[in-house]
Design a protein around this ligand. Structure first.
Ligand code: PMP
Ligand code: GLN
Length: 379
């Protein structure tokens, strides 16, 4: 049959992790921690599994978890949030992103994404009959070109997808950025899909500028987060979406037929975790900043160069002093020659990228980071 996604192959994350495993390389490619989440959280999941919480959760999520999410959003971002009508628990942020797009994008609609863009946006747009309009972020800071955005908007523009802290570059949006965005979409019907899965991982004291802090933007936004990033549990695939009731209603029409509901014992345990250990959020930036700083310091002995990342658990490194290879080939070479796997970033862009940058994940034990840097310093 004709493929609905002819240009899509296997995601770069699966490809690179497979190559790393096959070669026995240290895997700093796909983004996931090599350590476990909090013991309390794991014990709560085990407790609920052993005590009968193993059937379908309510479609929109376990009430205690939705309440804990609404409380957090209000406490941290000052947005008064209705747990019943504005919070939907989803099977990972990936499901929330897909459901938000499927809920509002119609045939012929344009959706603006900023390149390099996380790879799940475009297929979701395409499968729903939309067209992704790619605007390049400006290296080296990977900031948004607001004039280019203004110029790209037209009657067909249905949605703009933003992502801060940004995967793969680590760039973060400022309060001024949100103001610019608000000004551009004012007096239009354009919706915002804000991918904030790394909301609790920003560095150097930079506050996360959630769209939820901005009442005007928040009123037209789907804001997506992921417990996988926050609690070192990417394999559990639980995330959520905050949106005004009218948008959440539409999102749920898709969610109820995409997955219906999300894993019950994990939701119950996450609710306990959020209520009992809210300090986890406050500790996360310092936890990952130590790893970022360690990795960058160790890499000073290499021929890679970097500007320290502002958020996420990814660090871009420039390899132009080592090789002229395009980044995907360089990553294959790096697995063979150095025994370390990274992610090429050109695969996240529509237009060819001039840069010689690869992405390393530093959500790893310090010993793993030391071992990887030692190998990388030799090439
Ligand atoms: N958006 C971004 C920017 C991500 O990095 C990820 C995680 N890889 C996701 C969405 C998906 O999150 P989840 O694993 O919760 O589906
Ligand atoms: N978000 C993770 C990353 O950026 C990967 C998620 C996935 O493998 N789909 O590496």
């Amino acid at each position: 049959p004709d493929s609905k996604l002819p240009q899509v192959g296997t995601t770069i994350f699966s490809v690179m992790s497979q190559l790393a495993n096959d070669a026995g390389a240290i895997n700093l490619s796909q983004g996931f921690p090599d350590f476990d989440g909090p013991e309390y959280l794991r014990k709560r999941v085990a407790h609920y599994i052993e005590n009968g919480a193993n059937q379908y959760a309510p479609m929109t999520g376990i009430p205690a978890l939705r309440t804990a999410i609404a409380d957090k959003v209000e406490r941290i971002y000052g947005r008064v949030t209705c747990a019943e009508s504005e919070v939907t628990v989803t099977s990972g942020a990936t499901e929330a992103l897909f459901a938000a797009i499927a809920a509002v994008v119609q045939a012929g609609d344009e959706v603006i994404v900023f390149d390099p863009a996380y790879d799940s946006y475009e297929p979701a747009i395409q499968l729903n009959g939309g067209k992704a309009i790619h605007l390049a972020l400006n290296p080296p800071t990977f900031s948004i070109d607001w004039n280019a955005l203004k110029a790209a908007i037209n009657q067909r523009t249905r949605m703009i997808v933003i992502n801060s802290p940004h995967n793969p570059t680590g760039a973060v949006l400022s309060a001024d950025d949100l103001e610019q965005l608000a000004e551009i979409v004012r007096d239009t019907d354009i919706l915002i899909l804000s991918d904030e899965v790394y909301e609790h991982i920003s560095f150097d004291g930079l506050p996360h500028q959630s769209v939820l802090r901005h009442p005007e933007l928040s009123a037209r936004s789907f804001v997506v987060s992921s417990f996988g990033k926050t609690y070192h549990t990417t394999g559990w695939k639980v995330g959520y979406c905050i949106a005004p009731a009218v948008l959440s209603t539409e999102l749920c029409k898709v969610h109820q037929y995409l997955t219906f509901s999300t894993v019950t014992p994990v939701q119950l345990a996450l609710a306990d975790m959020m209520n009992e250990m809210p300090e986890h959020y406050e500790e996360l930036p310092a936890f990952y900043q130590q790893k970022r700083d360690l990795f960058c310091q160790l890499m000073e002995g290499s021929r890679f160069s970097c500007v320290k990342t502002s958020g996420t658990y990814f660090q871009l490194m420039d390899y132009s002093a080592i090789s002229d290879l395009p980044d995907t080939e360089f990553c294959r070479w790096l697995i063979e020659e150095a025994g370390v796997a990274a992610i090429p970033i050109s695969v996240f862009s529509e237009a060819p990228m001039e840069t010689r940058l690869v992405r390393f994940c530093f959500a790893k034990g310090d010993d793993t980071l030391r071992a990887a840097a030692e190998k990388l310093c030799k090439i």
